[in-house]
Design a protein. Structure first.
Length: 278
């Protein structure tokens, strides 16, 4: 039975080669009688169907990988997630050179960061950052058109890599770039990214015993008019501020911030359950 299958496969290959030879032969023959552009068009038609099939096959593979990766990510099973993230990135490199590729780079970098593979994670974040800064975060457009919030994942990822390496000065630089950019972009608006950017920078400052500056940033951010999408981030920020106030003996004020944080978390949980677009 196996011998019969091999024989059939060999016959199909021979027919494919014969078909290709016929196309080349016809094109050569027609070249003497038809305009060159028309001959090129005829030849170009041959691989088009194959390209479409390859694209469909790659899309199908990606859909399967994304489904499997989503489940592992929720379980925080990063060891099992790593090979899937690598496969996904390999496919994305064949299809894209824009924000889509940057996203796949970040997915693998996040996984490697969680596994402590810092050097490779750093290189991937840097590659992704370059794409979003120089190619454009707005997918498909040819010129840089990003805002700092579009670089959040790369800048915070690089910051966390540097912190894990003990290079707090470099980490602070990444977190400040993120913080300064979104704070400027969201001035006068209901903040979405500023709470998280503030929290990231404050935690880096606290790790360097720069407590006074960290608390000052947290207190300033506690007064922000926050978009509902940022309630969880703002709650985390307020709890971090409460931690610092408790250390300095300001327990009453800390309790007030914790109460506000609990209210924000409840509100966002309820809105998430409602399924409404808010």
């Amino acid at each position: 039975m196996k011998e019969e299958q091999r024989s059939k496969l060999k016959q199909r290959k021979l027919r494919s080669i014969a078909s290709l030879s016929l196309i080349v032969s016809l094109a050569t023959e027609l070249a003497t009688t038809l305009p060159g552009g028309l001959v090129c068009s005829l030849i170009a038609c041959a691989p088009a169907h194959s390209d479409d099939m390859n694209k469909q096959n790659l899309d199908s593979q990606l859909a399967d990988l994304e489904k499997r990766a989503r489940s592992l990510k929720q379980e925080k099973n990063y060891k099992a997630l790593e090979p899937l993230a690598r496969q996904r990135l390999s496919l994305f490199r064949r299809l894209y050179n824009d924000g889509n590729l940057a996203f796949a780079l970040d997915e693998l970098a996040d996984t490697l960061l969680a596994l402590g593979k810092l050097d490779e994670a750093e290189a991937l974040y840097q590659e992704s950052l370059k794409i979003n800064k120089e190619v454009s975060h707005v997918w498909g457009k040819p010129v840089p058109n990003y805002q700092t919030r579009d670089l959040a994942r790369q800048l915070t990822g690089l910051g966390h890599v540097a912190m894990k390496k003990g290079d707090f000065k470099t980490a602070e630089g990444y977190f400040r770039e993120y913080f300064d950019g979104v704070k400027k972009e969201e001035r006068g608006l209901r903040a979405i990214h500023t709470p998280q950017a503030t929290l990231e920078l404050a935690e880096c400052l606290l790790a360097q015993q720069k407590d006074s500056e960290a608390v000052s940033l947290l207190k300033e951010a506690s007064q922000l008019n926050v978009n509902a999408h940022a309630f969880f981030s703002q709650a985390a920020l307020l709890n971090k501020l409460a931690d610092q106030l408790e250390k300095s003996g300001e327990k009453s004020q800390a309790a007030q911030y914790r109460a506000i944080a609990s209210s924000l978390k409840r509100n966002q949980e309820q809105m998430n359950k409602s399924g409404l677009d808010y």
